[in-house]
Design a protein around this ligand. Structure first.
Ligand SMILES: *[C@@H]1O[C@H](CO)[C@@H](O)[C@H](O)[C@H]1NC(C)=O
Ligand SMILES: *[C@@H]1O[C@H](CO)[C@@H](O)[C@H](O)[C@H]1NC(C)=O
Ligand SMILES: *[C@@H]1O[C@H](CO)[C@@H](O)[C@H](O)[C@H]1NC(C)=O
Length: 208
């Protein structure tokens, strides 16, 4: 086969891959430094206490810059950890319905949370013009002598979880429109000393 024939044969295979991202001609395509900035700014913003949101305008300004007004967050992990069974919302449901809703959740978070001194380390980032996938590690410290809220951990213990956020961005400059997030809820719960006994068909099975 001649080189030119090989090229013709390959073209139909290559072309759909390029156009499938619908981004090669995006005038506002994310650069490496923009994708890095967005991932490394957005993830730590999720673990700031209400006191920070209420006193420092940086947080609202940064959320307004990073998130589209129609932003939505989906996270079955958040659903599980935020409201343990039987009160947890169904899997697959939205955990923040707009940018304003998400900010309000940060302000309404527990003033004196179980976990303090939280850091989020971004481990990997891949992106194209309008999508970012990022993997991260959350670490914090349990601050109660326990048991507290049904948890059995002891003060000073380190709590961690590794997770992924898959971000869809739009507009120019790009803002986050949708965030699909998941993390290792079982590791998180285990380290908190939670007794994990949720059953799909009998949520009272493990009740005390
Ligand atoms: C940030 O926005 C929230 C929600 O509107 C508000 O309650 C809070 O006071 C704002 N923070 C600052 C520092 O203005
Ligand atoms: C959090 O950090 C502060 C300041 O370094 C420290 O005094 C405190 O003991 C830490 N709390 C926990 C639970 O690790
Ligand atoms: C659910 O679990 C509880 C506690 O073990 C048990 O008493 C009850 O019969 C179970 N319900 C069903 C429908 O299996």
């Amino acid at each position: 086969m001649k080189a030119s024939q090989e090229l013709l044969w390959l073209l139909p295979l290559i072309a759909p891959c390029v156009t499938a991202t619908s981004s090669w001609n995006d005038q506002c395509c994310l650069t490496d430094s923009q994708a890095n900035y967005i991932a490394r700014t957005w993830l730590p913003l999720n673990v700031k206490p209400p006191s920070a949101w209420l006193t420092n305008p940086y947080y609202n300004q940064t959320a307004d810059k990073l998130l589209a007004p129609t932003f939505q967050l989906y996270s079955d992990s958040d659903n599980y950890v935020g409201a343990p069974p039987p009160n947890n919302p169904p899997p697959g449901t939205v955990t923040a319905a707009s940018r304003a809703d998400w900010i309000e959740q940060q302000v309404d978070n527990e003033a004196n949370p179980d976990i303090v001194n939280i850091t989020v380390t971004v481990l990997n980032i891949v992106h194209d013009c309008n999508q970012i996938a990022t993997r991260w590690r959350y670490e914090g410290y349990y601050q109660y002598a326990g048991p507290e809220d049904g948890l059995s951990d002891v003060a000073g213990n380190q709590i961690g979880a590794t997770g992924f956020d898959y971000l869809l961005l739009g507009g120019c400059p790009k803002q986050i429109v949708t965030d699909y997030r998941e993390f290792n809820s079982l590791e998180f719960s285990y380290e908190l000393g939670q007794y994990i006994c949720y059953q799909r068909n009998n949520q009272t099975r493990c009740a005390p």
